[in-house]
Design a protein around this ligand. Structure first.
Ligand SMILES: [Ca+2]
Ligand SMILES: [Ca+2]
Ligand SMILES: [Ca+2]
Ligand SMILES: [Ca+2]
Length: 581
């Protein structure tokens, strides 16, 4: 007889790991936030320990007969929140919408919430109550055409809400808003050229005043300030998530300005809110190929953890980071970011419903989009074209849940290099992942699949690489091998980018090759056409049987990146051909 005691059936039952019943979901605070083109929903919950609660989303223009579906909210459970959260995108500005969200959990609990919410209008320059004329100088003048104010400080100190300051040609030096005035919500103070020649500033520093509209001005670095527009302080705390600005500066419009040679061109801060930064041209002081710590310093548009900002259709180059640090309820779209020495768009610490869509990022010296860390979830990364980031398309230092849909990711060698297991926390659909020179698609993966993992319907080109996929430290040689072992990408396909894309001009590796501007649209016979899964709202009105993979739908208009051609007085063009019905 064995000396080892045998487990009785009873003992086995006691020792066996028993799955606890999952707690039912219980609804908490329901909040809705709007920008001009998006509505963000954040619904906190208790319970649902197994994370299988879901929340469907429908929306319609207020009073419309029928509802349209949007993508379900995303289940989020982290230190930041236990919630379901998500966005409705591609909406019309200045429009009242109804939103209906239904929460349910197989383990019990259900709820419905509705909201009526208006998207913000695109800012339009109001009819001025007074027009004041300004020329360069140091005091005096009456603000008339015959006797203009001399110097912007002089004019600004006497301006009233609703005034338009017409700036005549010349150099105005550096201006600080110490003695300046604010506008009001409906009556901003407008600063724009009179039309008789270039209006040049060394810098304008806004620390105290709000409701201001700067349009058509040139900011040219001349050494008189070692900082830049919106910043007179040195950059201590840079990249540590802390910015020096301490004032509540709200509702600044920066439209069609030009910034040349600054280290930091446009800068907001943690207490700023509601800036509209559109159609600006930013050319910084960095050089393609710059490396080391030097390459990290210098921002095109530093939002500095401000809220409710919109950054659209700017052309940004020769800075370190193109756009940095949105905090909450910010939209970043239509921007053309190229030849930057650090990252294209740095979303670090961004909160739930941070949205980045329809941007083009070429030749980032380090990474395309950074997650270091996410400050909330989900983030939305939709229809961006990111090409030749020297390190990685995404920099995953600490990712949470995100939605990456309809992007074209192209890298010279490895496409995803930074801790690519964090991709497994996201939802990916309908993206193209392309290595130009036969590198791996995902590498450096040391974490595994969990309840958050949802990857499918993506297209890949890894050339002759033998180990294109790395999941949890295991390498896979093909999509078949990947899906057999992991279940991922059940509908993923392999493509050949050179025969599939109408334009695919990537002549060399980063950092010294500047990939020319282009839209990597699909040929009609490319297998990526109609190979996607329709994602309600995010896929938009696709052509053919299904949405295509990548940033462009074959046969649809190609979106515009960077500064738009429209005359300053023309109403802004619709941001996308994918306007929600
Ligand atoms: Ca559950
Ligand atoms: Ca930055
Ligand atoms: Ca950076
Ligand atoms: Ca299609």
């Amino acid at each position: 007889m064995s000396s080892f005691p045998r487990l009785s059936a009873w003992t086995a039952i006691v020792l066996w790991p028993v799955a606890l019943p999952a707690s039912p979901v219980s609804p908490g605070t329901f909040e809705v936030f709007a920008t001009r083109h998006s509505i963000g929903i954040e619904w906190s919950v208790d319970g649902d320990s197994d994370h299988d609660a879901s929340a469907s989303v429908e929306f319609r223009v207020a009073g419309a007969a029928s509802w349209s579906p949007a993508m379900n909210l995303v289940r989020v459970d982290s230190d930041e929140a236990n919630a379901l959260a998500g966005s409705i995108m591609f909406l019309q500005p200045g429009t009242e919408y109804e939103v209906r969200v239904r929460l349910t959990d197989p383990d019990g609990g259900e709820a419905e919430r509705t909201a009526v919410v208006s998207t913000l209008p695109i800012p339009s320059r109001p009819q001025p109550s007074r027009t004041l004329h300004v020329v360069p100088g140091n005091g005096g003048g009456a603000g008339t055409a015959a006797d203009p104010f001399r110097g912007l400080e002089t004019a600004w100190a006497q301006a009233q809400p609703g005034d338009e300051l017409l700036l005549h040609a010349g150099h105005y030096g550096g201006v600080v808003d110490d003695n300046a005035r604010s506008g009001t919500q409906d009556r901003p103070i407008v600063f724009r050229p009179a039309g008789d020649g270039e209006v040049v500033f060394s810098y304008i520093q806004v620390f105290r005043r709000s409701h201001l509209w700067f349009e058509g001005l040139t900011f040219r670095y001349d050494g008189s300030s070692d900082t830049a527009f919106y910043s007179s302080l040195l950059n201590d705390g840079y990249d540590t998530g802390f910015q020096p600005m301490r004032a509540d500066v709200t509702n600044i419009v920066l439209s069609r300005n030009r910034f040349e040679g600054f280290k930091h061109s446009i800068r907001a801060g943690p207490r700023t809110r509601g800036w509209y930064i559109a159609d600006n041209t930013i050319v910084g002081d960095m050089r393609l190929g710059m490396d080391g710590t030097e390459s990290f310093v210098g921002e095109g548009i530093e939002l500095g953890h401000g809220n409710d900002h919109e950054v659209a259709y700017n052309t940004i180059t020769r800075v370190a980071d193109g756009i940095s640090y949105p905090n909450h309820n910010c939209d970043i779209y239509g921007n053309d970011i190229f030849d930057v020495t650090d990252d294209g768009i740095e979303l670090d610490h961004g909160e739930a419903n941070t949205r980045v869509w329809q941007n083009r990022i070429h030749n980032a010296g380090h990474n395309g989009i950074t997650f270091q860390p996410q400050g909330g979830a989900p983030w939305y990364i939709v229809r961006n074209q990111i090409v030749n980031a020297e390190e990685s398309v995404f920099k995953f230092r600490e990712a949470d849940r995100f939605v990456a849909v309809h992007n074209t990711f192209v890298n010279w060698n490895e496409v995803l290099d930074h801790w690519s297991h964090q991709l497994l926390r996201g939802i990916t659909r309908n993206n193209l992942w392309i290595s130009v020179n036969g590198g791996p698609i995902w590498q450096r993966s040391d974490g595994g699949i969990d309840w958050r993992t949802d990857l499918d319907y993506d297209g890949f080109d890894w050339g002759s690489n033998r180990e294109p996929f790395d999941v949890a430290g295991r390498k896979y040689s093909s999509l078949d091998a990947l899906r057999t072992a992991t279940g991922l990408e059940a509908h993923g396909i392999r493509i050949d980018a050179r025969s599939c894309l109408e334009t695919f001009d990537v002549p060399g590796p980063p950092p010294l090759t500047s990939v020319p501007p282009q839209a990597m649209t699909l040929r009609a016979d490319c297998t990526a056409v109609d190979a996607g899964e329709p994602i309600p709202n995010l896929s938009g009105a696709y052509i053919g049987d299904a949405p295509d993979l990548g940033a462009y739908e074959h046969g649809a208009p190609v979106p515009h990146y960077g500064v738009r051609d429209a005359a300053t007085t023309a109403p802004p063009a619709a941001p996308t051909g994918l306007v929600a019905e």
